[in-house]
Each structure stands twice: as C-alpha cells, then as structure tokens.
Design a protein around this ligand. Structure first.
Ligand SMILES: Cc1cc2nc3c(=O)[nH]c(=O)nc-3n(C[C@H](O)[C@H](O)[C@H](O)COP(=O)(O)OP(=O)(O)OC[C@H]3O[C@@H](n4cnc5c(N)ncnc54)[C@H](O)[C@@H]3O)c2cc1C
Length: 383
C-alpha cells in the first residue's frame, strides 16, 4: 500500500481507519439480521460529522473540497472494516453526485446539503423488474402536466429507499426515444402515489435496505427535474463513470479486510503441531491474495487519478470495477478457506465479508456489462 499515496492521502487513510476500527467494527453484526429493515444511522451521522461521506464535494454544499482520491480512500477503509456498513453508509448519499453535477443551486441547497450533514439519506432508482442492465428498456414514465410531472411505473432494487427522504428516479419523458428520452427527477419519498413496497431479503448487505417501489400518479413540481429533460441517460453515464470507481474501492476495501482476517487467523490456528501460517500452501494462498489486492489497488487509484485529471475515465473505471469486484470474491472465498470450517460460521467475520461484497460484481453494471464496455473501448494500440 505504501509508495503510491502522498502524505496527505495517507493521513486521510489513517483518520478513516481509526474511525472504522473504533466505531464500525464493534457494530458490524448490529445490522445483519435477516428480515429486519435497518440502516446504520448512527455511523452515517458520525461519518457526516467527520466529513467522510463525500470529501470531494465542494465545501459550499457541505463537502470538504478535497480530491476524489480522498473519497476513494474513505470507501476503501470503511469497507475494509465492514463491507456491509461501509457500503450502506456510502450508498446513503447515492444520487447526490448527479444533483451536484447537473442540478441547480436550489436543488443542491435543498437536497445535497442535508444529506452531507447526515440529516437525510437518499438513493437512486434506475432498475425495474424487467430492465436492469438494459437501462434504456425502462418503462416508468414522467408526463408533463401543468407546472409539474406525473410519474407512473415500477422500480426495484432501490437501495436505501425504505429509510430515504428522497429518491432520484429515472423515468421516460419521451417514451419512444429509447435512451434519448430519459430524465432524472428528485422524488420525496412522502409523495402521494410513491410507495416503497417491500424490503427485498438479500444474501448480505443487510445494513443497506433495498426495496421495490410502485409509482402511481406521483406528482412532482417541475423544479424537481434534474438537469435537462431527455438528457438523463447521458447524465447517468457520467454518474456511472464516477460511481464505478467508488464501487471498485468498496470491493478493494472488502478484499483487503478479508485478507487481514485470513492472515491473522493463519498466525493463530495450529494444525499438525504448528501454526497453519507456516504451511507453504497457505503462505502461497496469502501471497496470491495480497497480489490481487495490490494490483487491484493500482487500477482503482489510476482510474481515480484519471477522473481527477478531467480525462474520460470510462474505460479505466470499467476495468477497475470489473477486476476489483472479481478479485474481491476470490479473496473473500480464500479467506473462508484459510479459516477452514470456522470460516463458514458467524463466529468469524469472513463469511460476512463474502456475503456483503459478492454484490459488487452485480451493481453499477454487472461484470459482463463492464466487459462489453472494455471490449468496445479498447483498441490494440491502447495496450
Ligand atoms: C443489493 C443490490 C442493490 C442494488 N441497488 C440498486 C440501486 O440502488 N438502484 C438501482 O437502480 N439498481 C440497483 N440494483 C440493481 C442492479 O443495478 C441490477 O441488478 C444490475 O444492473 C443487473 O440488472 P438485473 O438484475 O436486471 O440483471 P439482468 O440485466 O437481467 O442480467 C442478468 C444476467 O445477464 C447478463 N447480461 C445482461 N445483459 C448483457 C449483455 N448485454 N451482455 C452480456 N451479459 C448480459 C448480466 O450480466 C447478468 O449476468 C441493485 C442490485 C442489488 C442486487
């Protein structure tokens, strides 16, 4: 990990790690009950107080005006402590990125600022029961009506929605125009006709409630449109460029955390009269895990730096997201293996690391979708 960060960035990492060790790890099992809608509000509020929710947001809206790599380090470190809480806390602001980039001053004040203060949470609702990877296939509509829009449709997989104050909802304003007919709307969750239907029971990531939403004649004022009508798909693509690097950082942190627990266990457990960490077979497994974490880290930081430099990070963001989420599953699985049978129990954190982070290969575009983007954007001359 050393040598690729400045002293300032190392200081950010240390500060977040200290917070994560003291506040996140002791509570990691508190939000892992199946069938219980929970969200780590306390940690979300503490993270907001410490400016950890989105350090790269401008100070005028409650950020710290730091750089994007600082935000990446926050994601990495919170997920290293606990990928469930880490991802949930950072997903609680999901959508503010687009408001900040494309919204007007009133929207930034009214919606972004309270989230960064830890007083409100939000989410982004793109996916529908019949349209996940195929974003342009969404059917939810938003029809102009007087001084507002009336939304109708169904959404699913809406992270944070059961506890959110508002959701950023993508809907078709020109239904026949395919991806060129989508717009983004801020919809307060208390809006009549906007119903959070049911929390979806998941394999892991239970700190982040995820629900279906039914939308029936839900009316929002025209000033809740974010950016320009019919530009939503293009806004979303920018949003994904940034968010994919953040998801990659989540996966990176989870892999680093699983490695840490596996390494520690290998120094403690004994078999055949010696520490299992003295068996070369396990040392090589740990070496492979460390190599995966370090190479993934380089890709994630490089994508972040490209984004910070104002270059188009699309290709590298997909490479970082694809590669890191894949090695994360491998490393978490190997961490269970090193724990033997105990790795398959709730007595050790590695089973939770696996369950909570497995989703990173699916969200923000599956691994297959990332490979489509990588293949489409790389020419032999690039390599
Ligand atoms: C825990 C969780 C939280 C989520 N949070 C949110 C959220 O907050 N907001 C939101 O909008 N969505 C969210 N999602 C939804 C997520 O973005 C989608 O699940 C994802 O985009 C995949 O869509 P899908 O599930 O419909 O799968 P499908 O699109 O049906 O894909 C099924 C399979 O087909 C493959 N496939 C599809 N198209 C192609 C192709 N062109 N080439 C090759 N393979 C392809 C996929 O890779 C996958 O393996 C969340 C999902 C989960 C599990």
């Amino acid at each position: 990990m050393t040598g690729i960060l400045s002293a300032e960035h190392e200081a950010v990492r240390s500060a977040v790690r200290e917070f994560a060790e003291d506040e996140v790890i002791p509570r990691s099992r508190d939000y892992d009950e199946p069938g219980v809608v929970s969200f780590p509000w306390e940690i979300f509020e503490q993270a907001a107080d410490l400016d950890f929710l989105a350090p790269h947001y401008p100070e005028e809206y409650g950020g710290s005006g730091m750089d994007f790599l600082s935000t990446i380090l926050v994601h990495e470190e919170l997920n290293r402590a606990d990928p469930g809480i880490g991802t949930a806390v950072l997903t609680g602001k999901f959508g503010t990125e687009m408001i900040l980039e494309h919204g007007d001053e009133w929207q930034k004040e009214e919606f972004v600022r309270p989230v960064l203060a830890g007083d409100a949470a939000c989410g982004t609702s793109i996916s529908e029961p019949d349209a996940g990877s195929d974003v342009a296939g969404m059917r939810t509509t938003a029809e102009k009506d007087g001084d507002g829009y009336v939304l109708n449709g169904s959404k699913t997989w809406a992270s944070t929605s059961p506890v959110a104050d508002f959701m950023l909802v993508m809907a078709k304003t020109t239904p026949d125009a395919g991806h060129g007919g989508i717009s983004a709307f801020i919809v307060p969750t208390e809006t009549d006709g906007f119903t959070i239907e049911k929390d979806i029971e998941k394999m892991g990531l239970r700190a982040s409630p995820t629900a279906e939403i039914s939308i029936s004649d839900a009316r929002v004022p025209a000033d809740h449109l974010v950016g320009t009508e019919d530009e939503g798909f293009y806004q979303l693509m920018d949003f994904f460029n940034e968010n994919r690097i953040m998801v990659a950082a989540n996966a990176l942190g989870a892999a680093a955390g699983a490695y840490r627990y596996a390494y520690e266990y290998a120094q403690e457990r004994e078999a055949f009269g010696q520490q299992i960490g003295e068996f070369q077979g396990l040392q090589w497994m740990l070496a492979d895990m460390a190599t995966k974490v370090e190479t993934a880290r380089s890709t994630v930081y490089r994508a972040a730096r490209q984004h910070m430099a104002g270059e188009d990070p699309r290709q590298l963001a997909s490479i970082a997201k694809y590669h890191t989420s894949e090695i994360c599953e491998d490393v978490c699985s190997d961490a269970i293996q090193i724990h033997g049978g105990y790795g398959y129990t709730k007595d050790f954190p590695v089973e939770k690391f696996y369950r909570d982070s497995r989703v990173q290969k699916i969200v923000e575009g599956t691994s297959q979708i990332q490979k489509n983007i990588i293949y489409d954007s790389i020419t032999p001359g690039d390599l």
